[in-house]
Design a protein around this ligand. Structure first.
Ligand code: NAD
Length: 689
């Protein structure tokens, strides 16, 4: 055929093999090759049926996403899918590895599907701001009914083959040989075409369909155009003839493909992929990690332990005394008890997982660990004391990591006799849930240690981003700039609830003051006091948070912060005391308060983030602009469908950037540092294309 699709003949069966490494993406040459293969099947009288299979470990993982940024190339995937159904001879899809997106759409257009048990099936297009555009929204409901179709397409639900058999998506689970079983199935079908398009959509209760639609529409808090389009298209499968509904699916697909949201989601997709790649010298060998020691069983230590245990690693959990150890173990036991009670895992599995946990207060027990992660209090003296002990007890070659949020990893590394083995692994809270981990590269961190950290992130199913060693690394530094600017807006005239509402409307799950109340204002207060002596007198400093803390308003845990909390419920607005504190701060600075509308709040908050990102890039703390977007989206609740602060700034363009920078300069005063847009632009371009 061509380089990407080849055919093999087994007696009277044509095996069509998609061979397009690394993941058999459905790019143009694959689509062309498939049409040729169908031509061969149709034109050879001695061939009775076909089998479609992938070479290597995957069937087909989906479309070639790079092609979405270019003019469409013929044939489109929907034409290939239609050609499968138009071919008079039956074709069986042999599914293995991943059959996702366009790959599954091809499978749906076949006459039957045989799958390996561990095959993963799904139509994740809405995650890229799209809907399946090759008949998926019409064929899937014909096989599994509208409710499952809404969950699979609108909710991006993925299934294993056994579940797919249960709901009628897959006809048969393969035994030891997928290929042989698919051939046998194809022979059995000989002469019988079973086009999915000709099936009736199973009739289901309207209330069930509506409930499924409501649940996917609400997921993520905001209604996304792609989800709405998916629900609409699936709805059409019940009412319109196949051809008409297919045409509407195509129109919706093309509209979405050119949307800002789809471009932003594609950017984020590539940004994440790039962030996971690190060019290291070939001698940078990954050090095997099967035993992890975690020092400190507090909030973070417990979360990291769960993450490591769930990844199959053995965990040695060390605390400073028995009482603290018992508290930490309580956190772990509660977590697994909840998982068991809610039916997420079996009691036996929970027991097996906890068997891999070794709690201790004895430092000599960490000796076998391949990796040691320190998660004690955020205090340099405490960290240095702990690293001196780690150095004494860890075996040579072990990787030594700190989960510090802000502190200097090089200072920590120099406490040991082996600074090359030290790095930062900055997990986010709750560490077993949040996908991001910042990998902090110290001045002396060895390449093999970085390579090991990248591999660990993959093993823990985390998104890694490498960052330089600077105060707050990438994420906290940008978040602080954002939060600081939101405080300027308080002083300039907005109330906390107005700022929170504007940013929640922008797409953040929570506004900055609601977040601050949740994490506790006292931590920031303590840090501000520690930094007070170093603060430049010309720096614009907003004292509102300090004043609130002086009044005992430490946030949600104290029942009051920027908001008041009754029975755990947040008040709709800040109370009169808070307003008076804010007004007093404005008056002290001689500011005449004025109303700020949502557009101004969003514009200024975004500009503050993007400017800090540009400064980080100029300083070399972030290697690529797109890394910043990954950190903000994965670690700080920036709306994924907006692509990230850099993507937004880049989309708005250079003129808007300069205007925003002038605005920030006038707001912030003489200490303002202006970021350079051109650096941002170049780096984003290099990273994504
Ligand atoms: P925490 O107070 O909940 O837990 C710290 C634990 O360390 C306590 O259980 C304490 O007993 C233990 N500990 C202290 N000294 C010890 C020693 N010498 N040996 C053994 N154990 C010792 O703190 P946390 O929130 O889990 O934070 C831990 C680290 O993670 C800090 O560096 C923090 O900045 C960082 N971090 C925290 C978050 C967060 O949201 N909480 C997020 C990212 C990073």
């Amino acid at each position: 055929m061509n380089g990407c699709v080849r055919t093999e003949i087994e007696d009277d069966i044509l095996i069509i093999v998609i061979d397009h490494p690394p993941v058999n993406a459905c790019s143009t040459p694959v689509r062309r090759g498939l049409l040729d293969a169908i031509g061969q099947l149709a034109g050879a009288p001695e061939l009775r049926a076909g089998v479609l299979i992938g070479a290597g470990r995957q069937f087909v993982v989906g479309a070639d996403i790079k092609e979405f940024d270019r003019p469409p190339q013929s044939p489109a995937l929907f034409e290939v899918a239609n050609a499968f159904e138009s071919c008079a001879k039956p074709i069986v899809a042999a599914l293995h590895g991943a059959a996702l997106g366009g790959g599954l759409e091809l499978g749906l257009a076949c006459d039957a599907r045989v799958a390996e048990a561990d095959c993963l099936l799904g139509l994740p297009e809405v995650g890229l701001g799209l809907i399946p555009g090759a008949g998926g929204t019409q064929r899937l409901p014909r096989l599994v009914g509208p409710v499952h179709a809404i969950r699979i397409i609108g909710g991006s639900e993925r299934l294993r083959a056994a579940q797919a058999v249960e709901i009628g998506l897959v006809d048969k689970l393969a035994g030891t040989s997928l290929r042989a079983d698919a051939i046998e199935y194809a022979r059995a079908l000989e002469g019988r075409k079973r086009c999915t398009r000709d099936r009736q959509v199973p009739v289901e209760k309207a209330a069930d369909i509506e409930a499924a639609a409501r649940s996917v529409r609400r997921a993520g808090g905001k209604e996304r155009p792609a989800v709405l389009a998916a629900v609409e298209a699936i709805g059409l499968s019940m009412h319109l003839p196949f051809e008409d509904a297919l045409a509407r699916e195509r129109t919706l697909f093309l509209q979405l493909r050119h949307s800002d949201e789809a471009a932003a989601l594609r950017h984020q997709f590539f940004a994440e992929r790039n962030a996971s790649k690190l060019s290291l010298p070939p001698q940078a060998r990954v050090r095997p990690v099967s035993i992890v020691a975690i020092i400190g069983a507090g909030t973070m230590g417990a979360g990291i332990s769960i993450s490591a245990l769930d990844a199959g690693l053995k965990v040695i959990l060390l605390e400073q005394d028995d009482a603290a150890l018992e508290r930490g173990l309580g956190r772990l036991r509660d977590h697994y008890a909840n998982r068991t009670a809610s039916g997420k895992i079996s009691a036996e599995l929970a027991e097996r997982v906890l068997d891999r946990l070794e709690p201790t207060t004895d430092w000599s027990r960490i000796a076998p660990a391949d990796l040691i992660i320190e998660a004690v209090f955020e205090d340099m003296d405490a960290k240095r004391a702990v690293f001196a002990l780690i150095d004494r007890h860890a075996r040579p070659g072990a990787v030594l990591a700190s989960n510090t949020s802000y502190l200097d990893v090089d200072v920590i590394a120099r406490t040991t006799s082996r600074p090359g083995d030290v790095l930062g692994l900055h997990f986010f809270s709750p560490a077993h849930v949040m996908k991001l981990v910042e990998i902090v590269r110290g001045a002396e961190t060895a390449p093999s240690v970085l390579a090991t950290a990248m591999q660990l992130a993959r093993a823990l199913d985390k998104q890694a981003v490498v960052t330089g060693n600077a105060f707050g690394f990438i994420g906290n530094r940008i978040y602080n700039a954002y939060r600081r600017h939101c405080e300027f807006m308080l002083e300039d005239g907005a109330w906390p609830e107005e700022i929170d509402a504007a940013l929640e409307d922008f797409g953040f799950a929570m506004g900055p003051f609601a977040v601050a109340d949740l994490s506790g204002l006292d931590i920031a207060w303590r840090m501000r006091r520690a930094q007070a002596a170093r603060r430049h007198p010309d720096e614009r400093y907003v004292p509102i948070l300090d004043r609130l803390c002086e009044q005992g308003r430490f946030g949600r845990k104290a029942g009051r912060g920027y908001y008041t909390y009754e029975d755990g419920k947040r008040s709709q607005a800040s109370d009169q005391t808070v307003r008076a504190t804010i007004e007093a701060a404005s008056a002290e600075r001689g500011i005449e308060r004025r109303a700020l509308n949502a557009e101004e709040i969003q514009r200024r908050a975004l500009a503050a983030m993007a400017n800090e990102a540009a400064c980080l890039l100029a300083e070399g703390v972030a290697a690529r602009a797109s890394d910043v977007d990954v950190v903000l989206v994965r670690g700080y609740g920036f709306p994924r469908w907006r692509g990230g602060p850099i993507f937004e700034a880049w989309r708005l363009g250079a003129t808007a950037w300069e205007q925003s920078m002038d605005e920030l300069a006038s707001i912030e005063g003489p200490r303002f540092v202006r970021g350079d847009f051109s650096v941002l632009f170049d780096k984003t371009e290099q990273a994504t294309h």
